[in-house]
Design a binder for this molecule. Structure first.
Ligand SMILES: Nc1nc2c(ncn2[C@@H]2O[C@H](COP(=O)(O)OP(=O)(O)OP(=O)(O)O)[C@@H](O)[C@H]2O)c(=O)[nH]1
Ligand SMILES: [Mg+2]
Length: 297
C-alpha cells in the first residue's frame, strides 16, 4: 500500500465587507488570529492563517472586503484582496446569506472568473435564516457561476466548518509543508498588536473615527523578565477625531488601552505595559505617501 501524499495549498477567502471572512479564518484555525468587529471594513490587509496536520497544510488568506473605493486606502485594500486570488489553489467566495450587494457581487465574480480558479461558494450566517430558505439561495447562485461546491455554514457557531475543511482538502494539490507545523501565521507580532488596538478602536468608537485611524507599534521590547513594553501611536486624520479618541479626561483612550492590553497579554501569554499616543496625520487615507509611512506598502 502506498502512503497517501501530503497535501498543501493556498486558499483565499474573498467577499464583501462584513460577511464573516475573518470569523471563518479564526474558526478554521481554532484560534483568534484576525480581528472581528460588527463594522464593515475591519480587515485592511491580507492575513495568512496556517492550518497543519499530519496529512496536510492549508494556508488560508483572509482579505479586506471588496467595496466601491472612496479613498486611496480603499484602493489599496481592494488591490490586496484581489491579489490574494491570483495565486490561490482554491478560492472561497463567502457571502452573508442575509444580504448582498448585487453590483459588488458581480464585480467579484468577474474577477474570480478571470483568474479561472476553482471556487467554493460558502454561504455564511445560516443561523440567521430558516433552513427552508437556503435551497433557493443555492439554486440562484448555481445559475450565476459554476462553483465547484456550495456549502452553508455559520462561522460564528462553528457550524459546517469541518465539512468545509473536508471539501477544501478534496481540491488541495499534493505539495510540501511550506511552514513549520506549529506556525499559525507569517505576520510579525507587531502586526497583531496593532490590529488588537485597532479592534478596540472599532468596538469603542463610532462613525468616521474608527475608519480614520491607523495604528503603528513604535516600540516592542522586553523591559524586564516580567513585562513587555509596547508603545503604539494611533494616527487620525483630523484634530477633532483626536479629541474624540482621547475622550473627556482621556477616558476613551484609557479604556481602549486597557481592553487592548488584556487581549495582547492573552495573545502573547505575557504581562504587558501598553502606552498609547494619538497623533494627527491629515487626510492620510487619501495620500499614498502617508499611507506608506503608516505601513501600507
Ligand atoms: N449571525 C452571524 N454572525 C456572524 C457570522 N459570522 C460572522 N458574523 C458576524 O459578522 C460580523 C463581521 O464579521 P467579520 O468576520 O469581521 O467579517 P469580515 O468579512 O471579515 O469583515 P471585513 O473585514 O470588514 O471585510 C461580526 O459581527 C461577526 O460576529 C455567522 O455565521 N452568523
Ligand atoms: Mg475581516
Amino acid at each position: 500500500m502506498t502512503e497517501p501524499q501530503f497535501k498543501s495549498g493556498y486558499v483565499s477567502i474573498i467577499g464583501e465587507p462584513n460577511v464573516g471572512k475573518s470569523t471563518l479564518l479564526n474558526a478554521m484555525l481554532g484560534e483568534k488570529l484576525a480581528i472581528v468587529t460588527p463594522k464593515p471594513q475591519t480587515t485592511r490587509n491580507q492575513i495568512r492563517g496556517i492550518v497543519t496536520s499530519d496529512d496536510y497544510q492549508i494556508i488560508f488568506l483572509d482579505t479586506p472586503g471588496i467595496l466601491r473605493p472612496k479613498y486611496q486606502l480603499h484602493n489599496w485594500m481592494v488591490k490586496a484582496a484581489y491579489a490574494a486570488i491570483q495565486d490561490a489553489d482554491l478560492i472561497l467566495y463567502l457571502i452573508d446569506v442575509t444580504r448582498t450587494s448585487p453590483q459588488i457581487e458581480e464585480e467579484i465574480l468577474n474577477a474570480i472568473h478571470q483568474v479561472n480558479q476553482k471556487t467554493i461558494l460558502v454561504i455564511n450566517k445560516i443561523d440567521r435564516i430558516a433552513k427552508l430558505n437556503l435551497l433557493p439561495v443555492i439554486d440562484n447562485y448555481s445559475q450565476k457561476f459554476s462553483f465547484v461546491e456550495s456549502v452553508p455554514i455559520s462561522a460564528l457557531n462553528q457550524d459546517g466548518i469541518e465539512r468545509l475543511k473536508d471539501l477544501i482538502l478534496g481540491y488541495l494539490p499534493s505539495g510540501p509543508q511550506y511552514f513549520p507545523p506549529d506556525q499559525i501565521s507569517d505576520l510579525p507580532q507587531r502586526f497583531f498588536i496593532a490590529e488588537t488596538i485597532r479592534e478596540q478602536i472599532f468596538l469603542q468608537t463610532k462613525q468616521e473615527v474608527p475608519y480614520s485611524t491607523s495604528v503603528v507599534v513604535e516600540e516592542f521590547v522586553e523591559r524586564n523578565k516580567k513585562k513587555w513594553y509596547i508603545r503604539a501611536v494611533v494616527y487620525v486624520e483630523r484634530p477633532s477625531q483626536r479629541g474624540v479618541l482621547i475622550g473627556k479626561q482621556g477616558q476613551m483612550i484609557k479604556r481602549i488601552g486597557q481592553l487592548a492590553r488584556t487581549d495582547i497579554e492573552r495573545f502573547l501569554a505575557q504581562s504587558v505595559f501598553l502606552e498609547l499616543h494619538v497623533l494627527v496625520k491629515p487626510d492620510w487615507r487619501k495620500d499614498l505617501r502617508k499611507m506608506q509611512d503608516l505601513g501600507y506598502v
